[in-house]
Every structure is written in structure tokens, then in C-alpha cells.
Design a protein around this ligand. Sequence first.
Ligand SMILES: [Zn+2]
Length: 279
Amino acid sequence: MRVVVKRVILIGLAVILSGPVAVARAAEDSKPTPEQIEEARTFVVNNAIFTLFHEAGHMLIAEFGLPVLGREEDAVDALSSILLLEGDSEELDVAIQDAADAWFLTDEAKDGGLTDTDFLDTHALDRQRAFQIVCMMTGADPEFFKKFADSIDFPQSRREECAFEYERTKNSWFGLLEPHYVGEGPGSNMTVSYEPTGDENMDFFADVLKEAGVLESIAQSVGAKYKFDDGIKLTAKSCGVPNAFWDPQAREITYCYELAVEHIVLIDGYFKREQTAEN
Ligand SMILES: [Zn+2]
């Protein structure tokens, strides 16, 4: 049932989000504004980048045989945050805020309905993942991310702890990666491919990711900077489920187009709630 609902939303959004139709439809009250459409595109791309850096973390651990003290999912979320925060670009500073927002929205969408499955998961709870990303943000640059941290009432005492946590985590990760770092290269060649979706309703999402070059951004910021054996594949494709994963046997990071759809549904829900609150 859920799949059917999603499919309807998917078709609707693909139409709404595409080009001139978007502008025409924005005139109607219930349709997203051009600003919201742009925000939704950026939100999808930014979350794809966060997810791909996360998967790249699993890849680096496997390829270099790095030790992991604690839960690997937490460690690679931290790496993804660090790579965005140390990327020294305005876009990446926005990207990490979108990643935190996505986990807050995912949590809100569950409406408190947590079960043992959530507590047993290899990942921390969605809301914990969100707060931990904010912890890395405020730890890296408390002034720059003050507004964001204030907006979610992130406690001052926690911000102070996060400054230490960020430094320690960053130094641990970069210390482990240092022997493999080649700086300006030559690094490793990764094979990038955006597979056909096999579903014309999904093409729009594939195009957004391809235009933004999300896979290429991983090849440039991880592949080109670290030396491992060539041939790692970066693939975007339809999987039937909203997911992303690293496969150590195939040496492949896969981003499923369905995840882009999930992020669109999340932010669309947020826009609608915002609009209802205003009216
Ligand atoms: Zn993971």
C-alpha cells in the first residue's frame, strides 16, 4: 500500500518539479513555489552527497583494513560530516545542514512509532543521527552554525563537549587515513555510472543527480585523494528500495534512485506542514 502511495506522489512531484510546469503550478496555493522546488532539488543532491560520503567511509574501512572502535555506522556518519565540514565550501556547509534536517524529518515522519527493530538496528536512531551531525557542525564551527543549533535548541553544554568530540574524531579519522593520502594525486580511478532507471517516472530524479554530478564528487574528493587499487565502482541505479550500500566483494558503492524519491517526499511533507501552519 505504501508503495502505491509513494508512486502517486512520485509522479506528481516529477511533474511539479520539472521546468515550466513548475512555475505555472506554483501560482496555485497548494503547489510548491519556485523557491521550494529549488530547495527540494538541492535537498536531494545534498543528501545524496552525505549518503555517498557515508558509504565511502565503509569503503575506506574495508579497503585499508582500518580498525573501528565502536559502531561502524556512527564512525562513517562522523567521517561524512567531517569531509563536508572540512571541504571549505559554502555548498558543503549547506549540505550538512540538509543532512541533519533529513534525519530530523525522517524521525518526525515516524511520529514516535519506534519499535525494537529501531533499537536493534546497526544505525543509531534517526533523531540521534541528526543530533550527532549537529554536534559535528557546532564542534567544527560554533559561530557559523550557531543559528542552526539555536533553531533546534541545541544545549550550550553539549556544544562545548562537541568541540572536543569533533577535534578528537577528526584527528582519529585523518590519522588513520594519513598513510593512504596522496593529496594532489595521482589517486585512484573510480568508475562512475548512472544506470537507466527503467521507469520513466524515475528519470527526473536520475537526471537531477547526474546533472549535479554526485558520483563524480565522491570520485574527486575521495578517489583522487587516497590510494587504493583502481576499479572501485560508483553506481546510481534503481534497486526497488530507498537505500545506498557498499559491497566489499563487488567493490562497489551503490546509490538507489529510490532514496532521492524518499528525500523528496520528506521535504514535500515539510513544505505542506509549513503551509498549513501559515494558513
Ligand atoms: Zn552505513
